[in-house]
Design a protein around this ligand. Structure first.
Ligand SMILES: Cc1cc2nc3c(=O)[nH]c(=O)nc-3n(C[C@H](O)[C@H](O)[C@H](O)COP(=O)(O)O)c2cc1C
Length: 200
């Protein structure tokens, strides 16, 4: 395996539940003999998609902001990675805004996919995993919007969102750390993801 898996930690603050979920998933990968890179999306600022649709007609569907921030470099990581993992809190029934801005900027890849542009068309099918953490203990549709958005976005890169671990009632920054069962689930998920990537 030449490129490392990418773990996106998507909370806007450090050392909370999503960061911990990301580090446990990494522990699981390492337990299986692998490694991965963690990207802290919440620390990054992206230009927001203007809906200018220049990416519909530009060469390689390039976005007007491609060279102005980190977003394009991160899409390339999704393209190159054998698998990805997203750990995100639920904010107002959805993904946090920096991740959502990054997702909106992925419109270029939607255009590329629709036009069968070679960069996307030549990709193998790959998988992604996610862990969504919500403070509320209840709420039937708590994760629906976030999961649907992530699934649709990843499809542009020929990535299928395989399974999403959802945790309710995890609110204070140390809540996940205090729940060994949930922690174990994340370690196991990391181990399984790595092992699966060796035998796709
Ligand atoms: C702006 C904001 C919006 C939130 N909205 C929701 C929500 O709609 N539903 C919910 O269950 N929890 C909500 N929460 C609680 C977080 O999902 C919860 O505290 C989570 O554990 C934070 O994860 P983190 O430590 O990785 O940031 C919200 C928190 C913030 C800061």
């Amino acid at each position: 395996m030449t490129q490392l898996p990418i773990i996106f930690a998507c909370s806007h603050h450090r050392e909370g539940n999503s960061d911990y979920a990301a580090s446990l998933f990494l522990d699981g990968i390492r337990k299986a003999g692998g490694d991965a890179e963690i990207v802290y999306i919440g620390d990054l600022d992206f230009h927001h998609c203007m809906g200018c649709l220049k990416c519909r007609t530009s060469k390689d569907n390039i976005c007007i902001f491609a060279k102005k921030d980190e977003a394009q470099r991160l899409y390339q990581k999704i393209i190159d990675a054998p698998f990805t993992f997203f750990a995100a809190p639920i904010y107002f029934y959805h993904l946090p805004s920096r991740l959502k801005t990054f997702i909106d900027r992925g419109q270029w890849a939607f255009e590329a996919m629709n036009q069968s542009e070679s960069q996307i068309a030549k990709l193998q099918e790959r998988v992604s995993y996610a862990c969504l953490v919500a403070g509320r203990p209840r709420g039937e549709k708590l994760f629906d919007g976030a999961e649907l958005t992530l699934k649709f976005f990843l499809k542009f890169f020929k990535v299928a969102l395989e399974s999403t671990i959802t945790f309710r009632g995890i609110d204070s920054p140390q809540d996940l750390k205090g729940d060994p069962e949930k922690c174990q689930l994340l370690i196991q998920a990391g181990t399984q993801a790595w092992e699966r990537s060796l035998n796709p």
